[in-house]
Ligand binder design. Structure first.
Ligand SMILES: [Zn+2]
Length: 232
């Protein structure tokens, strides 16, 4: 899964057929910057609420693409919560969310999603950042059963990982290959400037390049640490 280094904070977002309204053409007169205290306006078409368990949700209806819903689970937890002996845990936990959960053993989740036309990587995806872990699940809405199952998947991602030892060990190789594939000039520069930009901050020491260091060692200790998909 891809890794994006940026910030965010939210609990849960489910966006049927996500999309945003097109902005109006730029005005002819020069724009005046609003005061920094100005709060960004919320699209009035977005329904926002909080469930009794504290889960916050956002829903927006879109007509295109037709008969599709895109669900996202946005977990307010990422690599910044890792202790020194847990580097890489946030990322590998994101990966193992696809390798066995309460309702989908081992790779059954992928098999099920493929059976309803969801492509792994192209449609289904996830990423880990300093402060957030995001799971993206677009599904067809042909039947109520499919949508119901989609929410079950989100539930499993939130607090139903099984952390099968074999699966965790196998996924280490996938994470390591992602790390290897990112190596290059851009990554070398990042390793140089980011610790300087974040000097004095915990962010300077929580680069996700350290995923290979986690290597799944003691990964079962992670849930108790708070770095879990349901961490925040
Ligand atoms: Zn990944």
């Amino acid at each position: 899964m891809s890794i994006i280094r940026r910030y965010a904070a939210a609990a849960l977002i489910s966006i049927p057929a996500a999309g945003f309204a097109q902005g109006a053409p730029a005005a002819a007169t020069p724009a005046v910057a609003p005061p920094l205290t100005t709060v960004l306006p919320t699209d009035p078409k977005v329904k926002i609420g909080t469930l009794s368990n504290g889960l916050r949700y956002y829903i927006r209806q879109n007509s295109k693409p037709e008969k599709r819903a895109e669900l996202r689970l946005v977990v307010n937890a990422g690599s910044i919560l890792e202790n020194d002996n847990q580097l890489g845990y946030a990322h590998i936990i994101e990966h193992t969310a696809f390798n066995g959960t309460t309702h989908f053993a081992k790779n059954d989740l992928i098999k099920y999603l493929q059976s309803i036309g969801v492509r792994f990587g192209a449609d289904l995806n996830a990423y880990t950042s300093f402060d957030e872990t995001v799971y993206i699940l677009p599904v067809p809405t042909d039947t109520a059963r499919i949508l119901d199952q989609a929410f079950t998947i989100l539930e499993d991602w939130a607090h139903g990982q099984t952390f099968d030892s074999t699966e965790v060990m196998n996924e280490r190789g996938v994470v390591r290959e992602e790390w290897r594939g990112r190596k290059g000039a851009g990554d070398r520069m990042l390793q140089k400037w980011l610790p300087i930009a974040f000097k004095g901050s915990r962010y300077a020491t929580r680069l996700l390049h350290a995923v290979e260091m986690a290597a799944g060692l003691g990964i079962r200790a992670a849930p108790a640490s708070g770095i879990t998909p349901s961490g925040r």
